[in-house]
Design a protein. Structure first.
Length: 153
């Protein structure tokens, strides 16, 4: 790999492993995404720079870039007087990611409420309802914490 950016190899590998697992990225997509995390000045990298850096085919780089763009993990930057598109890490993705987490937690509460209501109509066990209430409260507190943090971003 011919790196244009100043990388810490250990952190880079950790990012590849982490993002690859969290976002179900292909190995090349994870490498590109982790690599862009080191573009601290947000200058961006052009397509041909990514091809040269990763020594991969144009079609492989293109497929990886398109996946990352569609997932809102990266975004494009167009510089004045240049035809090239530059790719940068999407800092707004933190908001998208945690908004999605909040939506999943809210959906889980809704489904669990339905299940709990059904269970209560079938059984007379308060122990299950008590455990459910504790779990539901945990979900609600997590939603509140995440939403408060998102409002600060």
């Amino acid at each position: 790999m011919k790196s244009k950016l100043n990388l810490d190899a250990e952190i880079y590998q950790e990012l590849i492993d982490f993002y690859g697992g969290v976002f179900s990225l292909t190995p090349l997509s994870a490498k590109i995404y982790a690599y862009l995390a080191f573009d601290f000045e947000k200058n961006g990298l052009a397509f041909d720079e990514l091809v040269e850096t990763f020594c991969a085919s144009k079609s492989s780089i293109s497929a990886s870039i398109n996946f990352l763009l569609n997932a809102n993990l990266i975004k494009t930057v167009n510089k004045i007087d240049e035809r090239k598109r530059y790719f940068v890490f999407n800092d707004d993705f933190v908001k998208f990611r945690f908004e999605e987490i909040v939506n999943r937690l809210k959906r889980e509460i809704k489904i669990l409420d339905q299940l709990n209501n059904y269970r209560e109509s079938q059984l007379e066990s308060s122990q299950l309802s008590e455990r459910y209430s504790i779990y539901r409260s945990l979900l609600e507190k997590n939603i509140e914490n995440i939403e408060n943090t998102l409002n600060k971003l």
